[in-house]
Design a protein around this ligand. Sequence first.
Ligand code: ZN
Length: 146
Amino acid sequence: MNMSHTCQAAVVTCEDFRLHQRKSGRNFIGSFIESLGVDCDLITRGGCIQDLVRPKPGHDEAVLRDLTVSVELHKVGTIYLVGHEDCGAYGHFGFTDRATELAQHFADLREAQAIVNKRFPGVNVELRFGALEPGSSDAWKITELD
Ligand SMILES: [Zn+2]
């Protein structure tokens, strides 16, 4: 059995099909991983990082369990938490303006970063956010959080 299957990073993001491999060939998360230039575990959740900061009953350890595999088995040094605008799982907030929606995502990302940092103190935790391209409803630009 080959136990040397390590990689450099893990990406935690939403399961939303629009972010991933499409039949058209577009793949925003795939392109993001390619831009990092390293191999990554990919952990997708319905609701993105809400399972870290606002877990439904029974989900509170789900992301951390997956990340434990990344950290302990694959020896990742960096965890990227990637949120995205127009996330259906944030629909319950009933946002009426974009600024409020983005502020909620940014606050959640920072809270999730603190949770992951506390659990995996030796690992870097980086925050990214996919903002919709102007005029688009299914094209995102993934950038670092300010
Ligand atoms: Zn989403």
